[in-house]
Design a protein around this ligand. Sequence first.
Ligand code: NAD
Length: 489
Amino acid sequence: MTTVETTVREVQHFINGNYEASSDQQTFKVKNPATQEVIAVVAEATEQDVAKVCAAAREAFENGPWRTMTVAERCAKIRRMADIILERKEEIARLEALDVGKPYSHAFAAEVPRAAHNLKFFADFVEQQGGETYPMEDAYINYTRHEPVGVAGLITPWNAPFMLTTWKLGPCLAAGNTAIIKPAEMTPLSVSLLGEIAKQAGIPDGVVNIVHGKGSVVGTAITKNTDVDLISFTGSTATGKAIMRNGADTLKKFAFELGGKAANIIFEDADLDKAIPVSIQAAFLNSGQVCLAGSRILVQRSILDTFIEKYKAAAEALVVGDPQAAETKMGPLVSEEHFNKVKSYLEIAKEEGATLITGGGTPELASHLKEGYYLQPTVYLHEDPKARICQEEIFGPIVTIIPFDTEEEALRIANDTDYGLNGVIWTENLKRAHRISHGVRAGTIWVNCWFVRDLRAPFGGFKKSGIGREGGQHSLDFFTEAKNICIAL
Ligand code: NAD
């Protein structure tokens, strides 16, 4: 077993270039979900603290050097942040494994490097931006500038805290905005480091700020604050609705990346040697706590028995254990509350008459993990796509196999959901791949793969999975205001 030192960390807000406690000294505790040990005591902001951080970000935007420095200088500092992240890769990945409970190996190999890449990518991307020009005969010429919007509230969830925060911070900073980061209260450890990393990279005080606390208090206060111009939010659909309501009076700009319930469609001509391992990843990566999880596995009936046999064996082979251990493929769920919510679907599945293929219990665990929030990789078979386990985002290691006979039926089931974040299609038939890709109403379709990301490509949801798109130009459009300048010649 690999261990991290178990001192209880103190986590503070990062305001105007300094770490500080809450004005009333209030704190809350964060636990390691693998053991229930307390691992951090975190400053819990009051509304006054939020007002202070928003004012600092406003002041830095209006009167600081950030938005007026050369693009080259700004982007060099952002790239320096990316370099520091890579230099501290192991430490950040250890922290991510500690409070999220995700396997260290995945955080180290995939998420922390991606976080660095998020920053570097947008620094490079902004440096290459041009503008539009529209000459009007010989009388006038129009040209465009893309200017920062102002102060951005970046509100992020607990499932991939560091990667998802940098995915917003990159375009936000590169465009010249200042930021208030509000990490999820259960997982503040890695994101909290972004303050010192920004400072070390030479980012001026007040440009990157971090504030901790409950979403209902701190998130709401940021959303209502008049110093904040836009909110980039990733989280649940229910919170997205609350943010939209709370931001209405101050007429903020919103970008929402919300929940999902993706169909992973396996046609009878699929290459199962590829489809099975990737579909296992799509179901159980980060204990299924992934918005893009392929949690509805639609399988053509002619290959149903073969698929179930192979999928069951692969699910049972997953190594569930200590997130810090190199061999672990799946850790615990993030918190007791979430664990109980996910487990409630075991009862719901029973009541709904689903057939349990595998899982549903507590995995075999080493003694130090006995108090952890662990659930076995769990697979159901259900004929009714309207069942709650087929409709609701469980956000845990529970997937349902739903049989279908025809392409039309697969498409109907795939689209029979309130969500539309992504879809996955397995077939060796090129025409069918295109047909189904066009038919599934979701923002990203992966054919014979999953979670492959080009940062230039649009990312976001149809229906209740989001509003707007992130990625390349789409992120920049959100974090900038286009200005047209018309000059008489
Ligand atoms: P959540 O909505 O409970 O919390 C997300 C963030 O919002 C947290 O920082 C929280 O403190 C804050 N928050 C809560 N209430 C708030 C309020 N009233 N005003 C402002 N902020 C508030 O989501 P979660 O449980 O942390 O994350 C899981 C959800 O996130 C899932 O639905 C998942 O699908 C979604 N998600 C989506 C994507 C995507 O890219 N579409 C990526 C990851 C996660």
